[in-house]
Design a binder for this molecule. Structure first.
Ligand SMILES: [Ca+2]
Ligand SMILES: [Ca+2]
Ligand SMILES: [Ca+2]
Ligand SMILES: [Ca+2]
Length: 197
């Protein structure tokens, strides 16, 4: 007997734990349960298949060209920016990292990142921007889908957020702007023109 996943985002539960009444019997790789020979009139109610889904966390790092702290028309996504996912149980080593890429859902959009998170819990995101950029002001306006969420500039980090079972979180974004370069005054020449009164 072979079980087919209900959809591509589903994963097979581990098979064959000691309690056959409650376990999954479908192979994680093939979906097939071990063959059973039933005699006439015999009943076997222990052949089960378990599936689960993971959560997703994303999705953009963008350059705020019009300087309004929101992701909107005229802004562009930035590719190649390192994004790190940390569990609050270990804030020194990320559980996952990726470089931002073209959005596979819409390849014209850059700056996309997405983590598949199969363990529910508390997480935060760090965005390792180049030093030529500053982060924009976070949590501006009322629409979290277009605001920036890096609130701790020194640690390049978001607030802690909860990832629940099969959650699809698409509003954790980082806006950056070009740094205002410090200007050093090298020379100043002044001239006083006395005007005759
Ligand atoms: Ca079973
Ligand atoms: Ca903007
Ligand atoms: Ca926000
Ligand atoms: Ca946001």
């Amino acid at each position: 007997m072979t079980f087919v996943k209900p959809g591509s985002t589903y994963k097979a539960s581990p098979a064959n734990t000691p309690d056959d009444a409650k376990d999954s019997d479908a192979s994680v790789t093939t979906g097939a349960a071990a063959p059973e020979v039933l005699t006439s009139g015999e009943s076997n109610q222990t052949i089960d298949a378990g599936f689960y889904r993971c959560a997703y966390v994303g999705d953009y790092v963008w350059l705020d060209n019009n300087n309004n702290n929101l992701q909107d028309a005229g802004d562009v996504g930035l590719n190649g920016i390192l994004v790190e996912l940390y569990s609050t149980s270990n804030l020194t080593t990320p559980v996952q990292t990726m470089l931002t890429i073209n959005d596979p859902r819409d390849p014209s959009k850059k700056g996309y990142y997405n983590f598949e998170v199969c363990q529910v819990g508390d997480y935060l995101i760090k965005v390792k921007k180049p030093s030529t950029y500053d982060f924009v002001s976070p949590n501006q306006g009322t629409d979290d889908a277009i605001d920036s969420d890096i609130i701790d500039f020194a640690n390049e980090s978001t607030l802690i957020f909860k990832v629940s079972y099969a959650a699809e979180i698409n509003d954790i974004d980082a806006g950056v702007k070009s740094k205002v370069l410090p200007i050093t005054l090298k020379e100043f020449t002044g001239r006083w023109n006395q005007t005759e009164m």
